[in-house]
Design a protein around this ligand. Structure first.
Ligand code: FRU
Length: 610
């Protein structure tokens, strides 16, 4: 078990008929039939640990308190073995009768068979859960949930010096289910504090992704400076609902008039913001299966008017369109401004599965119009050329006109299979978006690590002015402490070489290979032999990013954090985020050049502060 009890609370189990002989103290089990069992909880323990077997189906767990249905959760209760346990917080029910009315899936033919399920003898009452960060692939400096499954970051806002981050969370297992808004906050985008659950599944469904805005004028009537969040209520259908917080995002009230937007087709991930040009609330909603984004406006966040739709037939049309974001940014640091529409799609990403496409264009408050290329087509552009950055959206109200974003560092192709247990998935490092003009005259988006991340730097392990490489190349030792987590900077001067290769490897021969091909103006990332790759046929891959640098010197900035590598080439113009699962950390970096010699300048390797 990953959540280890500090001490179990012993309670007297009543020896009544029908109760399994070996249930834990304080837990009484009563089998009602092949697929229906009651679990009674005695006493006042803080948590009931629910035993999970990941490969097994969800059981429906109805939490009944004093005879009233409190909530229903879905948990993969263990059948033949316990992979780990997840806590059900009993503290709100202290002093009350708690019974779990559990309906298991339909695979048991007799009650006797049902009684043999591993879960019944492994429920445990405890008062403290141990949330220490022990898992091998748990990142050292990326945001993760303490336990359980996480996907999209969403609902993020900045207020009173704190960056609030909400995320799609399953508190009852490390696979997708029970979608809830988890909550973390940070004063500096580096140190994250975990808060209690923000928004839980309710009568209209589970709580899918959405956004938050600060209502400075009290236009919704929830209160001045209320944090107003809109999310998708996902039940049998999808509708958009409001929740608001009067304590800076710590606790939320559900708006009784929900839902505020209904359609007769699948639509989700509402992203709303105050448009200071039109003085209206503006909302972009993913019309997922129709491959378009719907744009609405409102005076009060409650009554919304559909103004236009964007995207039919444009850009990458595979998969579903999800998690939009719309914002304006200066071009090339000048006064000229353009609008950017982020449009996450899955599948259909550049290297399979999930990916972030974006459109650059104009927005008049009602309609978004994408720029066209020289041939009159709307080009498909990607924000990240790795496989593991999805559902990226930005913080609202970020200071200094910053457009600070964060993405989910995984891919729907294999997110539920990656070799972690207590938690699944981390977020990317926070990144700042800016716009630049490419050689083709098109405007593109760059993303660079947020400036706050420099605070992560520990001692400089390597600091080299320059060296030449050719053939077999030169090998540099990577930091060993803290499982080799580090930040690497260098300028790659390709000279007349055909390519320059950076190989990150360990003693087991596992390696991740970056190759800069100046003539092609590309940087590739080969993770086919990076470590554990066999949990999904979609995991081994070579991803390729354009460098936008005319084949000249390529500045690189690379972050390695146990199970991830984030590569920022040419100041974030070519970015690749890829997961890697080396069985032991990479210990060396070998730099070589093919065809002719090349030069590496300004190589710096920083360890990361604890
Ligand atoms: C994107 C997504 C969203 C949805 C959420 C559900 O990864 O599919 O469209 O709101 O995940 O967890």
């Amino acid at each position: 078990m990953n959540l280890i009890s500090k001490f179990a609370v012993g309670l007297i189990a009543l020896p009544l008929l029908g109760f399994s002989a070996n249930a834990a103290d304080g837990v009484r089990i009563e089998h009602l039939g092949t697929n229906n069992t009651l679990v009674r909880v005695d006493g006042d323990a803080h948590y009931l640990m629910l035993p999970v077997q990941e490969s097994y189906d969800d059981a429906t767990v109805n939490v009944v308190v004093d005879g009233k249905l409190e909530r229903t959760i879905y948990v993969r209760l263990a059948k033949s073995k316990v992979d780990y346990a997840v806590p059900l917080d009993l503290s709100p029910y202290k002093g009350h009768e708690v019974v779990l009315n559990i309906v298991t899936s339909q695979n048991r033919s007799t009650v006797r068979e049902a009684k043999e399920d591993a879960c019944w003898s492994n429920f445990q009452l405890i008062d403290t859960i141990d949330v220490a960060n022990r898992e091998k692939y748990r990142p050292a400096f990326h945001h993760t949930p303490i336990y359980g499954w996480m996907n999209d970051p969403n609902g993020m806002f900045y207020k009173d010096g704190e960056w609030h981050l909400y995320y799609q969370w399953n508190p009852y297992g490390s696979k997708w289910q029970n979608m809830t808004w988890g909550h973390s906050s940070s004063p500096d985008l580096v140190n994250w504090k975990h808060h209690p659950v923000a928004i839980e599944p309710n009568g209209l469904g589970s709580v899918f992704s959405g956004s938050s805005a600060i209502d400075t004028e009290n236009s919704a009537g929830f209160g001045k400076d209320a944090v107003v969040s809109m999310y998708t209520s996902a039940g049998v259908s999808q509708a958009q609902s409001l929740a608001y917080s009067l304590d800076n995002g710590e606790t939320f009230s559900i708006y009784p008039g929900n839902p505020v937007i209904t359609l007769e087709s699948e639509a989700r991930d509402p992203n709303m913001f105050w448009n200071s040009d039109t003085k209206e609330w503006t909302l972009v909603l993913a019309h997922a299966l129709d491959h378009e984004m719907l744009i609405f406006t409102s005076p009060d966040m409650k009554e919304w008017t559909l103004q236009s739709s964007f995207g039919k037939g444009l850009g990458a049309q595979d998969g579903v369109w999800e998690c939009p974001d719309l914002f304006e940014l200066p071009v090339d640091g000048t006064d000229r401004k353009k609008w950017v529409l982020l449009c996450n799609i899955n599948p259909g990403g550049p290297f399979g599965g999930s990916g972030i496409q974006y459109f650059v264009g104009d927005f008049d408050g009602k309609t978004f119009t994408a720029d066209k290329d020289a041939d009159g087509n709307v080009p498909t552009k990607w924000l990240d050329y790795g496989k593991d950055n999805y559902a990226i959206v930005s913080w609202s109200d970020a200071p200094d006109n910053r457009r600070t974003t964060i993405g989910w560092m995984s891919n729907w192709q294999y997110a539920a299979e990656v070799p972690t247990k207590q938690f699944r998935s981390a977020n990317t490092l926070p990144r700042e978006i800016s716009l630049f003009t490419g050689n083709d005259g098109q405007i593109y988006a760059a993303s660079t690590p947020s400036p706050e991340l420099s605070a992560l730097r520990g001692p400089k392990i390597v600091d080299t002015k320059s060296f030449n490489v050719k053939g077999k190349g030169k090998t540099i030792a990577l930091p060993t402490e803290n499982d080799g987590v580090c930040e690497i900077l260098m300028d790659v001067m390709p000279g007349k070489s055909d390519s320059v290769t950076l190989t990150f490897s360990n003693d087991s021969g596992e390696k991740s290979i970056l190759t800069y091909a100046p003539q092609q103006e590309t940087l590739s990332f080969d993770r086919r032999e990076s470590g554990i790759v066999d949990f999904s046929q979609d995991f081994p891959a070579v991803t390729v990013a354009p460098t936008f640098n005319g084949g000249h010197t390529l500045p690189l900035r690379i972050f390695i954090d146990r199970a991830s590598m984030e590569v920022f080439a040419n100041d974030g113009k070519g970015v690749m985020t890829n997961l890697v699962f080396p069985t032991t950390p990479y210990t060396k970096l070998t730099v070589s050049a093919e065809g002719a010699g090349a030069k590496i300048k300004n190589l710096k390797i920083y360890s990361i502060k604890n």
